[in-house]
Design a protein around this ligand. Structure first.
Ligand code: BG6
Length: 495
């Protein structure tokens, strides 16, 4: 699609997010020819820099973090002329006047009122002030052309998320607010929708009659890296479950939408969150477990305990692992457990959803033939080695009747031989195009907070007695195994 002239203003333009994710994503989009011809990327931050210094910092970022780097100087230069910088406190009248003037100049130069995207790549505590500032400046008033992008964490509980939503929607239309959950930009997360709704094969069995349970794992090998200060006030439930894991669950469990229009899809996803059975205070211990890593070895490297990480308090009770058992109380999913787990410093980096099917209704083969029988499973691998595999039973070769499991596999890189775009590439392009399908609406965010609210409350009221309780490099605390063992299930570790 030919795109209209666009100005992207990034607040926090020399911060980690901008350097590692946003600018590399924009550069890749530029190289692929997806960005509008008339484009300006305006950075705003406190650091004293001129345009040249800003461009150099971003180039370093692209070299280090982009999937392609900025090796070709000519291409980089073509991109770099579009980069401008304003140093200053973004809430000061001076910066505001200059910024407002510059935005108008772009419109005059291009002879067209540009699309304006204001990206708040700043700490959560500053989001409300930045939004208010934009409102006062009057630069983000055009509902059809002006957009505001807000990063997670969106609030730290239901009350603060509601307050922030209320504040933002008092100044901007909901359609102008793009709340990012970068998991929704991942190719294979979007592919869940394609698998389910572009094929007729799976939908008939996608329900409680055929599905026994669902496991969603987002395991990381990294610890908290440089983000101890933030993470210690958040924990795994807020940092990962409230957003990424519940979004994956919504895509797996949603009903088919009437069309792919943003609100059709978001309505159906919201219905899933609304149908999640509320967890009563007294059952929190049966439905959710937490953990924190101690020293250990991850990929043969020694890793300090969480409490020894930079920015983390020495007696911290913040969870670095969380596992939940949820039920979706609707016609399709009644009685089917959804198990969710996520953690830092685990044995392997893997994000996947596994759908486990019920056994065939009648076992007609002799017991000796089905010694290594396993239920059918569908594995949706989000990362790494993105793909989908189905485990089926086959007759093993030989004169004896012996059944055994094999996997039918589809791998993205084998099938397409291209590197898929990074999540931020997809999402930034969607913002420029004005497509909000992959962004979170206020009601989704709030409902997701209300799903985990009882757990947050109980965990805050009752500190864990046994932290740290799993070794870095393991698969998390034993209590996570017990959580699902009660139903006769066990976590499937990635192949
Ligand atoms: C972020 C969390 O949202 O997602 C991080 O704040 C986490 O703690 C990251 O490491 C994981 O993202 P990805 O894309 O590496 O799976």
């Amino acid at each position: 699609l030919p795109l209209e002239p666009t100005v992207m203003v990034i607040f926090g333009a020399v911060g980690d997010l901008a350097l590692r994710k946003l600018v590399p994503a924009l550069y890749n989009l530029f190289l692929d020819g997806y960005l509008p011809e008339r484009l300006a990327i305006v950075g705003v931050a406190r650091r004293e820099l001129d345009d040249a210094g800003f461009r150099q910092q971003l180039k370093d970022g692209v070299d280090r973090f982009s999937r392609r780097g900025a090796a070709d100087q000519k291409e980089w230069d073509e991109f770099a002329v579009r980069l401008r910088y304003f140093s200053g406190d973004f809430t000061s009248a001076e910066t505001g006047t200059l910024l407002g003037r510059r935005l108008e100049e772009f419109d005059r130069e291009w002879n067209s009122r540009a699309i304006r995207v204001f990206y708040l790549a700043i700490p959560p505590g500053l989001v409300a002030a930045a939004a208010r500032y934009l409102e006062i400046l009057g630069v983000c008033k055009d509902c059809a052309r002006d957009r505001l992008v807000v990063e997670k964490p969106f609030g730290r509980d239901l009350a603060s998320a509601r307050q922030l939503n209320g504040f933002l929607t008092s100044m901007f239309a909901e359609a102008q607010i793009y709340r990012i959950d970068h998991y929704l930009g991942k190719e294979t997360v979007q592919n869940i929708l394609a698998l389910r709704f572009a094929n007729s094969l799976y939908e008939p069995v996608w329900n409680r009659r055929y599905i026994d349970h669902v496991q969603i794992t987002v395991a990381e090998t990294v610890g908290v890296e440089q983000r101890g200060g933030y993470y210690d006030t958040a924990g795994a439930l807020r940092d990962m479950v409230q957003n990424h894991l519940l979004q994956i669950l919504s895509l797996i469990a949603m009903e088919p939408p009437v069309s792919f229009a943003a609100d059709e899809v978001r309505n159906k996803k919201l219905d899933v969150l609304r149908a999640i059975r509320p967890i009563r205070t007294e059952e929190v211990h049966r439905m959710a477990v937490r953990g924190q890593y101690s020293r250990g070895k991850v990929s043969c490297k020694d890793v300090p305990a969480y409490r020894e990480e930079h920015g983390v308090v020495s007696e911290s009770v913040t969870e670095t692992f969380a596992a939940l058992k949820l039920y979706v109380d609707n016609w399709r999913w009644q009685g089917v457990p959804f198990y969710l787990r996520t953690g830092k410093c685990l044995q392997a980096k893997v994000s996947e959803a596994i759908i486990l099917f019920r056994p065939a209704p009648h076992q007609l083969f002799p017991a000796a033939a089905v010694e290594s029988w396993q239920p059918n499973r569908l594995v949706l691998r989000i990362q790494p080695e993105e793909g989908i595999s189905t485990r089926i039973q086959v007759k093993q070769p030989g004169t004896r009747l012996l059944l055994g499991p094999v996997d039918m596999k589809f791998r993205y890189n084998e099938a397409f031989r291209v590197t898929p775009p990074e999540a931020y590439e997809t999402l930034l392009l969607d913002v420029i195009r004005g497509d909000a399908t992959l962004f979170m609406r206020a009601d989704q965010i709030e409902t997701a907070w209300s799903v985990i609210a009882p757990i947050l409350d109980v965990w805050e009221a009752v500190p864990p007695a046994d932290f740290p309780d799993y070794a870095a490099g393991s698969w998390g605390p034993e209590t996570a195994d017990l959580l699902i063992a009660k139903e006769g299930h066990s976590w499937l570790q990635p192949d």
